[in-house]
Design a protein around this ligand. Structure first.
Ligand code: MSP
Length: 684
């Protein structure tokens, strides 16, 4: 039988700056959903990539003194660039598209021409407002307080000959799509789109520009480049081979099952993109899911505000899986969430170190201690448990665990645990299918917490005191714990793939009992499993120490991102020649140099200035020079400044230095002259 297909995408990223934790959030979420579908045995196509055209990139490249392609290459393929980040974060994309790839560029030209030839693109004059950072056109009525409604920044007047796409023609169809189907999720985003964009009247969209060149050229009208969003949105089909020969999967995977996107680009995906596809006569994606933003101190992260959080630092510090887990567990996927390092550490400590980590280490340690690392045969699932597990499955909910058992009968605990663990996959599945990974994780952790409680309820250490009487019961308790852990671990694979691999080894789970099917089959683990206590998968984090280290790492990264050399801007104020000539610059030779007592900054120089009388100058350069290294040097001094007292000593003149900043740090170098210049020689 053909496997079910599942095509999922992330937005393709602007390589205008390094990616931050917000971008990582979106890609990790998509990766977890893609892995979930693979776990279920589906044929998954997961696409991500980079959106490399547009004026913003052209401007940034100019600023950096490189070509736009060189600029994006560095951010996409360079050290700690986009590709490195996705590798680090264990992102399992099947394909990566760059909109500068030749096959994509050629396909965009064909797509544009197709819409032109069918009458949906026409030539006109563009008058309006343009937000450069967002690369968005706005009409006057769409502005918020005269500013870009997306980012709140200033917009510019723009007027030029341009091509337009007949978006207005599709308004009714789009409204119907949004209001009467489950195309756009979560549902709360529908009103936003309809009320803010469709009801005020959907205007035709400007889809070409002539004021810059870094884009896909309109092949039948040189001078025009295709609007970057038409170029970018089409990536979802060109990456499958639409209008190109590079790939041949369009028939297989299109329409996409879901485009995962951030809330600010829902407009492009739920209005413009379906209209483009309608114009091309192609099927629409099944869903667009608009997730919320990760905020910092309640505001959006942005490079310009200087408040971006570096995913490299966090992953290196806490581990990739812990970071992936935190992002998915903490923030409800459709809403905004406030990121903080404290919250990250708390989540690691509570869920991973305490709940999951402890469950695994206590259980494996006890099997080692009480059974020499191998459970006795026959300790596995009982018939009653298997029957109950089946009913948990059939009803897809957990029936309440009152089995007419004696309140003191410990089997009550078994039944409750078994039912919760065996029913877990169904609640998890419902949450994952509703794009609520946070909810799926919540369900898993309820069961992990239940299992920890089960240890306390059964007090294995007390049972172990009389192995003859209680050995069988104790083995069964251990089995139930391992089996519960196994089920939870399967469902955690999409979120923490590497750690779960290690965990399976620790609990002695064979390949066959790591599968999706086996996650709903209580009793899959062999009753003679051989767990082995291994490395601590999720060590506890010392909050105070970690916060300090993070601060230091962030400071280091900040410094590393500073320009290598920073110079004082040149003075705009002019000095007339006669005034300049009044300054008397002379070569001076250092006869003696010493630190000024009680001053950390000052050095005292005794200088030969050619007059036969020693000159004393004090200079605040002790941070850069040791006195002894300057003796004998020929320096430059201005000698006709009025004498002044510093720390009670007289300074007659000033030594000339060159100053600049290196990686944000002040640097100073005395101007040193050729030693063959005699003391007293005048500079002119
Ligand atoms: N290039 C466009 C997408 C084109 S898709 C055809 C783009 N790129 S982006 O790099 O600016 O953003 C990529 C994704 O990262 C968007 O979905 C955006 O919402 C997401 N995020 C950027 N900052 C974010 C947060 N602080 N929090 C969560 N997601 C954020 O838009």
């Amino acid at each position: 039988m053909d496997k079910k297909k599942f095509y999922i995408t992330t937005p393709i990223y602007y390589p205008s700056d390094k990616l931050h934790i917000g971008h990582t959030y979106c890609t990790v979420a998509t990766d977890a959903i893609a892995r979930y579908h693979r776990l279920r045995g589906e044929d998954v196509m997961f696409l991500t990539g980079t959106d490399e055209h547009g004026q913003k990139i052209e401007d940034k490249a100019k600023e950096a003194g490189v070509t736009p392609k060189e600029f994006v290459d560095k951010i996409v393929c360079g050290e700690r660039g986009v590709l490195d980040l996705w590798k680090l974060m264990n992102i399992s994309n099947d394909r990566f598209i760059r909109t500068t790839d030749d096959y994509h560029v050629a396909a965009i030209q064909k797509i544009f021409k197709k819409m032109y030839e069918n009458g949906d693109i026409y030539k006109g004059t563009y008058k309006g407002k343009y937000c450069k950072p967002c690369e968005s056109f706005w009409t006057e009525s769409q502005l918020k307080d005269g500013k870009c409604p997306d980012c709140g920044r200033e917009v510019q007047d723009a007027e030029e000959e341009a091509y337009f796409f007949r978006l207005s023609k599709y308004a009714d169809k789009i409204q119907d799509l949004l209001e009467n189907t489950d195309f756009l999720q979560p549902r709360s985003r529908v009103n936003e789109m309809v009320n803010n964009f469709i009801k005020p009247g959907l205007e035709d969209l400007c889809v070409s520009r002539t004021s810059f060149t870094w884009g896909v050229p309109v092949d039948f009208d040189p001078g025009h480049v295709v609007y970057v969003w038409v170029d970018a949105l089409s990536n979802y089909i060109t990456a499958l081979g639409y209008e190109n020969d590079k790939y041949d999967d369009y028939k297989k995977y299109w329409p996409a099952d879901v485009h995962i996107v951030g809330k600010e680009i829902v407009r492009f995906h739920s209005i413009i993109w379906p209209a483009m596809l309608m114009s091309l006569g192609e099927p629409l994606p099944k869903h667009v899911f608009g997730h919320g933003w990760l905020l910092l101190d309640g505001g959006k992260m942005s490079k310009s505000k200087g408040n971006v959080v570096d995913p490299y630092i966090l992953a290196e510090h806490f581990g990739v899986d812990a970071l992936r887990f935190f992002l998915m567990r903490t923030f409800p996927f459709g809403s905004d969430g406030n990121f903080s390092n404290e919250l990250l550490i708390q989540t690691i400590n509570t869920d991973l170190a305490n709940d999951l980590g402890n469950l695994v280490s206590r259980t494996t340690a006890m099997v080692g201690k009480y059974f020499g690392g191998r459970l006795p045969a026959g300790c596995g699932a009982t018939e009653m448990e298997q029957g109950a597990a089946c009913s948990a499955r059939r009803e897809a909910t957990i029936p309440n665990g009152d089995f007419l058992l004696d309140p003191d009968d410990p089997v009550r605990y078994d039944m409750d645990l078994v039912l919760k663990a065996a029913g877990l996959r169904f609640d998890y599945e419902a949450a994952m299918d509703a794009y609520a990974p946070h909810k799926a994780l919540e369900e898993v952790f309820k069961v992990i917490q239940r299992a920890n409680k089960y240890i306390d309820e059964n007090a294995p250490w007390a049972l172990a005191k009389d192995m003859e009487a209680n050995g069988k019961r104790l083995a069964h308790v251990m089995y139930n714990l391992l089996e519960t852990t196994r089920i939870c671990a399967i469902l955690l694979i999409p979120f923490m793939p590497e750690s779960m691999d290690k965990l399976f080894q620790q609990i002695g789970a064979c390949e066959g009992c790591r599968t999706w099917d086996s996650a709903a089959q209580w009793g899959s683990l062999s009753d003679t499993a051989e767990p082995a206590k291994g490395e601590n998968l999720f060590p506890r984090v010392d909050m105070e120490k970690a916060l300090q280290e993070l601060e230091e790492a962030a400071e280091e990264a900040r410094k590393a991102s500073l320009p290598d050399i920073e110079l004082e801007p040149q003075s705009a104020e002019q000095v007339d020649f006669d005034t300049f000539c009044k300054s008397d610059f002379r070569a001076v030779k250092v006869k003696a140099c010493e630190n000024v007592k009680k001053s950390a900054k000052l050095l005292k120089f005794t200088l030969d200035d050619g007059t036969g009388v020693d000159r004393q100058i004090l200079s605040g350069i002790a941070a850069w020079y040791k006195p002894e290294e300057l003796v004998g040097k020929t320096l430059l001094a201005i000698v006709n400044l009025p004498p002044r007292k510093m720390m009670g000593q007289e300074s007659c003149g000033m030594l000339i230095s060159a100053v600049h900043k290196e990686k944000g740090e002040e640097k100073l170098n005395l101007v040193m002259l050729d030693d063959k210049i005699p003391a007293g020689a005048k500079m002119c």
